[in-house]
Design a protein around this ligand. Structure first.
Ligand code: GLA
Length: 385
């Protein structure tokens, strides 16, 4: 591999699945690439534009190659890759370790090296690799190792995004497989319960995320407001509130997940843009050391649905997130002692609010914000004398 930094920090980008599922085409992808530029997503750090399932024909050609659907992509994948690269962005595609993709298109089983070569010829920079229609006798672990090896020998730097939904004990072998990120949960849906369930299911898995192999909590639903052409993904009750989207983005960021936008950025409103492009939150996610976030139980008698996450940053600061997933407002108190800051050090924490974008002051021993229902407070804490 040429690019030694490939996958060092959580990848950031956009993926077609959440909003568009099967309804994808080259016009859409080009428009998204244009918006990355004109709306500031590229400058904010978003880089990959990923076409998910449903891009190919239902059959391979006579040589056994995958064939892009020419009604959806008349100019072909190479031309689309060139367009995306000209904008200084990166191009991602999708396949599956089984005989078929989840939506029933050809999968890469027993075609791994052939497909990796084709993807490299297209000029792709990321491959999302799903887990449907895997022959029962095959080990998932082996199939992810197989595609990883095929990609690393394809002649192109291709970030490998494994997507086995946390199955087959993925935590035990994924880092060794060579994958740069791994889906650890079921599919996300655009509703608060889904966000809450995914986040809480990953609190004990933070020890597994880190540089070059990131725990992927699935694509973001920020800004979807229930708008997906698949009613299974878009909630029938209209998605989430802006505060819930803000909490979702904060959780995914501090927990080190890749940040793959899933809404229609061609029509995103200002609130959505402010959430997705918050530089202070993105800086926490992209911190070069990629430490997992550890959990501190707030000092209170009933801690169900409330927790504090602390992420150690490379410059010695701490990112501290106060999360209230319950339906009522709560005070969440952190004792600095629990972060390793002893009384004897004589030091305090100077806190900066990453959503309000303002200094909160210098605090000794303890900080206790009141956090609204379904909301969060995320601060960057600096040690001061
Ligand atoms: C699975 C994946 C999703 C998406 C679909 C496509 O469900 O987990 O992220 O890629 O397949 O069919």
């Amino acid at each position: 591999m040429e690019n030694k930094r490939l996958g060092a920090v959580p990848p950031m980008g956009w993926n077609s699945w959440n909003t568009f599922t099967w309804d994808i085409n080259e016009r859409l992808i080009r428009d998204v690439a244009d918006k990355f530029f004109t709306e500031g997503y590229k400058e904010a750090g978003y880089e990959y534009i990923v076409i998910d399932d449903c891009w190919s024909l239902k059959d391979r050609d006579e040589e056994g190659n995958l064939v892009a659907d020419s009604t959806k992509f008349p100019s072909g994948m190479k031309a689309l890759a060139d367009y995306i690269h000209l904008k200084g962005l990166k191009f991602g595609m999708y396949s599956c370790n089984g005989t078929h993709t989840c939506a029933g298109y050809p999968g890469s089983f027993e075609h791994e090296f052939q497909d990796a070569k084709l993807f490299a010829e297209y000029g792709i920079d990321l491959l999302k690799y799903d887990n449907c229609y895997k022959p029962k006798q095959m080990s998932g672990e082996l199939l992810y190792k197989r595609m990883s090896l095929a990609l690393k020998n394809s002649g192109r730097d291709i970030l490998f995004s494994a997507c086995n939904w946390g199955e087959d004990g993925v935590y035990q072998w994924i880092r060794e497989s060579g994958a740069h990120m791994f889906r650890s949960t079921e599919d996300i849906h655009d509703n608060w319960d889904s966000i809450k369930n995914i986040a809480t299911s990953q609190l004990d898995k933070e020890c597994y995320t880190g540089s070059y192999c990131h725990n992927d909590m699935d694509m973001l639903v920020v800004g979807m407001y229930g708008g997906s052409n698949d009613s299974n993904i878009g909630s029938k009750i209209g998605g989430c509130t802006d505060n819930e989207y803000k909490t979702h983005f904060s959780l995914w960021s501090i927990m080190g997940s890749p940040l793959m936008i899933g809404c229609d950025i061609r029509n995103a409103n200002q609130v959505t843009k402010d959430i997705l492009m918050n530089p202070d939150i993105i800086a926490i996610n992209q911190d070069i050391e990629c430490r997992g976030a550890y959990r501190i139980e707030p000092s209170w008698w009933n801690t169900e649905g409330i927790f504090i996450l602390v992420k150690a940053l490379a410059d010695g600061n701490l990112a501290i997130g106060f999360f209230n997933l319950t339906d009522g407002d709560r005070e969440l108190a952190i004792k600095f002692w629990d972060t390793g800051l002893s009384y004897a050090s004589g030091m305090s924490l100077s806190l900066y609010d990453c959503w309000e974008h303002k200094e909160l002051g210098v605090f000794k021993e303890r900080y206790a914000p009141v956090v609204k229902a379904h909301d969060c407070v995320l601060v960057r804490a600096k040690l001061v004398r």
